[in-house]
Design a protein around this ligand. Structure first.
Ligand code: ADP
Ligand code: MG
Length: 396
C-alpha cells in the first residue's frame, strides 16, 4: 500500500479516541474534492446477521444519525437496543477545509433520506475538533468505466431504474442531489443493485433556489432579457473584452459535463430537474460508449458542447426561458443541431445510411430525449421516468 495512504490511515485512527476498538481500516476506496473514503471492518459488528442487503435493510436504518462529540463523550441520540449492522463500512473523512455548514448539510440531508430505497444510509457520524467522519454501510460496486461499454439496453434500463428509484425518493423530499454522475451512483453489475451516495452538494428545493418561475413570464425574467438584449450588439468575435452585463449569481455546484443548461444559464430558480439532465448525460455516455461524453473546461465550453448537439435555435429558446440571450458565431454550431440517434450511430462507428438503431435502442433514445429536454419544465420527472416503457424493459 502507498506509504502516504498508510500515514493518512494512521492519522485518522489516532485522531478519534477508541477508533481502533470500533473499526479496522482496510484500504482507501475513494478520494475526491471534499473527502477521502476508506473501507473498514466494523469490529462491533453484531454477528447474528451476516447477510446485509441494502434493499431489505433500508427500512431498518431508521435511527437518527448519532453525532458523537468526542470531547464530551456524549451521544446526542439514543441508540436502539439492538439493530443490524453491516460488517463492512465506508468511512468518509470529510476534509477539514469543508465549511461546517456544508458538512452539516450533507449529514442532515442523509438523515432525512434514511428510509429511501437505493440511497446509501448514514449509520453514524463522529466529530473530533474540526474533523468529521461519516460512517456508511459499505456497498460493493464496480468502476463505471469497467462495465458501461458492455451494457445492453436491458442492462441500462435496470441500472437507470435503480438510479431513478433513488431520485424519485430524494425528489419527493424536495431535495436536489446536484451531483449525479457515475462515481456517485455505486452500482454492482452482478447483483444489479445500485445506491446513490454523496449528498455533499445537495440542497433543498426552494431554499437555496426559489420555485421555478421560468414559465410564468415573470417580470424579473423579462427585465433580464431586455437588459441582455439591449447590451448585446450582435455576435462578437470571441468573448467580449469589456463585459458590461450585470453579473448573475446562481448555484452552479456540480460536475462539469453533467450540468443542466439552466445551471449553465445561471438560472436562479433551479429544480430537481437538474438531476434528470445529469442522468440523461449518463445514458448518452452509455449509448455512445464514450466516457466522459462532454469534456469542457468551463461553463462557456459546456454550453458550446450542448449547442453543437441541439443547435442555435433551441439553445436560443432555452436561454430565453432564463432571461439569457444565446449567441454564437462558431461554425460547428448549426441552426438545427443533430438528432440524438445520429450522434449515437456516429459515436458507435455505425454507418447511418446502412445501419439503424435496434428497436430497444430506439426506445432508449425516446427516453433519452425526455431526459435531455432543454426546457426543465418539459423534462421528464423521476416518477414519470419509472413509468416510461424504456425503464420497464426487462421487467415483464
Ligand atoms: P466525495 O464527496 O469525495 O466525492 P463520495 O461520497 O462521492 O465522496 O465518495 C467517494 C468515493 O468513495 C465513491 O465514488 C465511492 O467509490 C466510494 N464510496 C463512497 N461511499 C461508499 C460506500 N458506502 N460504499 C462503498 N464505497 C463508497
Ligand atoms: Mg462523489
Amino acid at each position: 500500500m502507498d506509504t502516504n495512504v498508510q500515514i493518512d490511515m494512521e492519522k485518522l485512527q489516532n485522531c478519534f479516541p477508541g477508533f481502533r476498538q470500533k473499526y479496522r481500516l482496510i484500504k482507501r476506496i475513494g478520494e475526491g474534492t471534499f473527502s477521502t473514503v476508506y473501507k473498514a471492518e466494523d469490529l462491533m459488528y453484531d454477528s447474528y446477521d451476516n447477510s446485509w442487503d441494502i434493499e431489505k435493510e433500508n427500512d431498518k436504518w431508521s435511527t437518527p444519525p448519532l453525532v458523537h462529540d468526542q470531547r464530551s463523550h456524549t451521544t446526542q441520540q439514543q441508540q436502539p437496543s439492538r439493530r443490524r449492522k453491516p460488517k463492512f463500512v465506508a468511512i468518509k473523512k470529510i476534509y477539514v477545509t469543508s465549511s461546517p455548514n456544508r458538512i452539516f448539510n450533507e449529514l442532515e440531508l442523509l438523515h432525512d433520506l434514511r428510509d429511501c430505497p437505493s440511497v446509501c444510509p448514514l449509520i453514524t457520524a463522529f466529530r473530533q475538533t474540526d474533523q468529521v467522519i461519516a460512517i456508511l454501510p459499505y456497498f460493493r460496486h464496480s468502476d463505471f468505466r469497467e462495465y458501461y461499454r458492455d451494457m445492453t439496453p436491458t442492462d441500462t434500463a435496470t441500472y437507470l431504474r435503480s438510479l431513478f428509484t433513488a431520485l424519485s425518493a430524494v425528489h419527493a423530499h424536495g431535495i436536489l442531489h446536484r451531483d449525479i454522475k457515475p462515481t456517485n451512483f455505486l452500482y454492482d453489475p452482478p447483483t444489479r443493485r445500485g445506491v446513490l451516495v454523496d449528498f455533499g452538494l445537495a440542497e433543498r428545493e426552494g431554499v437555496d433556489s426559489k420555485p421555478c418561475m421560468c414559465h410564468d413570464g415573470s417580470a424579473v425574467r423579462k427585465q433580464r432579457l431586455r437588459t441582455a438584449l439591449a447590451l448585446s450588439s450582435g455576435p462578437h468575435n470571441g468573448y467580449p473584452k469589456n463585459d458590461t452585463r450585470p453579473s448573475r449569481r446562481a448555484n452552479r455546484a456540480g460536475t462539469r459535463g453533467f450540468r443542466a443548461p439552466e445551471v449553465l444559464f445561471k438560472c436562479t430558480e433551479q429544480t430537481t430537474k437538474i438531476d434528470i439532465w445529469s442522468v440523461g448525460v449518463i445514458l448518452l455516455t452509455i449509448m455512445c460508449q464514450r466516457f466522459p461524453f462532454f469534456n469542457s473546461a468551463d461553463d462557456v465550453e459546456a454550453m458550446i458542447e450542448i449547442a453543437t448537439i441541439f443547435g442555435q435555435r433551441r439553445m436560443k429558446a432555452a436561454g430565453h426561458l432564463h432571461g439569457c440571450v444565446f449567441e454564437s458565431n462558431i461554425p460547428t454550431i448549426g441552426s438545427g443541431g443533430f438528432e440524438l440517434s445520429r450522434i449515437i450511430l456516429w459515436s458507435t462507428c455505425r454507418d447511418e445510411k446502412t445501419e439503424a438503431l435496434t428497436p430497444d435502442e430506439a426506445v432508449a433514445v425516446k427516453f433519452l430525449e425526455r431526459c435531455l429536454e432543454l426546457d426543465p419544465s418539459k423534462r421528464i420527472s423521476a416518477d414519470e421516468a419509472l413509468e416510461h416503457e424504456f425503464l420497464r424493459m426487462g421487467l415483464e
